[in-house]
Design a protein around this ligand. Structure first.
Ligand code: NIG
Length: 415
């Protein structure tokens, strides 16, 4: 407890415009001419500056001038495959010459080629590559990132990827949420023996990952080129038995009812969703499963079909947006560019797009302590040189981020 003479807050921001993104709070949940106080890494006060209970320098140990800039919650990238070895630039060339993503995968390229490079890489080499990519994301006000495994596909290599993901959070000012994606593809040594790989996944890999404490959730790729709905259900039942939440790459290239399956297991999110049916959308709404939209993959794979955004809106399914940063379908290093793509390709409003990388992205990760600017929430914030929050979805390139606050600590973004 501070003594009566000591300041009550660690820091205080004044001369701000807040886009709180709190639901039901008007456009962007905006507060004009605002102030925001932080104590012990949490938001301790916010409101119009005129309502501050005293002079700023008396109230806080440090006072930051916002210069009239907009402050939003720190951005959250809720779907990435940031840890991987090698790259797939040659595959990009093949696709431009006419090969499809599925044809390349069926011919032994695609995810499986990244598996070979990831298995061959040392933990430190993987860390170095992922760290470089993550540093680029963080410059744009990102303060929480989800990172999947799924390019190891054997117990030790999957654990290696998850350890790298955790180390990223130790090295850089960001929170990392991890997902175990052992059901991303069938590894080459199990070619033609998919059922045996699913046995290994459920009986050995998943329990080992659960014991390690390295995964916050379990993910899978339910698709013609990956795992069937029945295999996905078996994995999800095993995950539930181990107390792990699930999420799913669903209905990306075809409608296998993946989003409805995810909803049946109370999934945090179903991701991609270009081919999701109306029935799946209703099931997601009933289960509170977040739709994670990945416009980078939709653009990069030149997919003509778009996710059913109007149906998500009509049924009240929350929509999040992520980079899906990975070497095969979305080599994207800008979450702000995803806002632009979500607006232009998927017709989200700029406000829905910003909610998709703040409030709804937090929900997609089951993180109730962030994603909006509100009392008691984690003080993860971003400060922007913009005249209106719609600009965050408007510019294609350029970076208006002027500062980030991570767990209450103010930092200038590098670069
Ligand atoms: O989310 N769809 C499956 N997984 C990734 C692609 C991974 C890859 O091609 O390496 C995705 O798009």
């Amino acid at each position: 407890m501070p003594s009566p003479s000591s300041p009550r807050w660690d820091s205080l921001w004044v001369d701000l415009r807040l886009a709180t993104m709190a639901p039901g709070g008007g456009r962007y949940g905006a507060v004009a001419d605002a102030a925001l106080a932080i104590a012990e890494g949490r938001i301790a006060w916010l409101g119009p500056r005129a309502d501050l209970p005293g002079r700023p320098e008396r109230l806080a140990a440090t006072v930051h001038e916002g210069g009239g800039r907009w402050m939003t919650p720190g951005l959250i990238d809720c779907h990435t495959h940031l840890v991987f070895g090698g790259d797939r630039a040659r595959e990009f060339e093949l696709r431009l010459e006419g090969a499809s993503y599925e044809e390349i995968a069926r011919a032994g390229g695609g995810i499986v080629s990244t598996v070979a490079a990831t298995r061959a890489a040392s933990e430190d080499a993987l860390l170095e590559g992922a760290r470089r990519r993550l540093a680029v994301l963080l410059r744009e006000g990102v303060t929480t990132v989800e990172v999947k495994s799924g390019y190891g596909l054997d117990t030790e290599s999957e654990l290696k990827m998850l350890r790298v993901a955790r180390r990223l959070g130790d090295d850089l000012p960001v929170s990392i949420a991890t997902s175990f994606l052992g059901a991303h593809a069938v590894p080459p040594e199990f070619a033609g023996r998919q059922a045996a790989y699913v046995d290994l996944l459920c009986e050995e890999m998943l329990p080992a990952v659960a014991r390690s404490g390295l995964a916050d959730a379990v993910d899978a790729f339910c698709e013609g080129i990956a795992f069937t709905p029945a295999e996905t259900e078996r994995l999800f039942a095993a995950a539930r038995g181990l107390g792990l939440r699930v999420k799913l790459h669903a209905d990306q290239l075809s409608d296998l009812g993946g989003a409805a399956l995810a909803a049946r297991f109370g999934a945090l999110s179903a991701d991609h969703l270009e081919y999701a049916s109306d029935e799946s959308v209703r099931a997601m709404a009933a289960a509170g499963t977040v739709a994670v939209l990945l416009p980078g993959a939709n653009y990069f794979l030149r997919e003509a079909r778009k996710p059913p955004v109007a149906a998500f809106r009509a049924h009240g399914v929350p929509m999040a947006i992520a980079t899906n940063c990975n070497p095969g379908s979305s080599p994207a290093l800008s979450l702000l560019l995803m806002l632009s793509m979500a607006a232009t390709l998927f017709r989200l409003t700029p406000e829905e797009a910003l909610a998709g990388v703040t409030r709804e992205a937090a929900r997609a990760l089951g993180l109730g302590d962030r994603g909006v600017i509100a009392l008691g929430k984690r003080a993860d914030l971003a400060l922007w040189d913009i005249a209106d929050p719609a600009e965050l979805a408007y510019w294609m390139g350029g970076n208006p981020c002027r500062a980030v606050v991570v767990n209450g600590v103010a930092l200038a973004p590098a670069g």
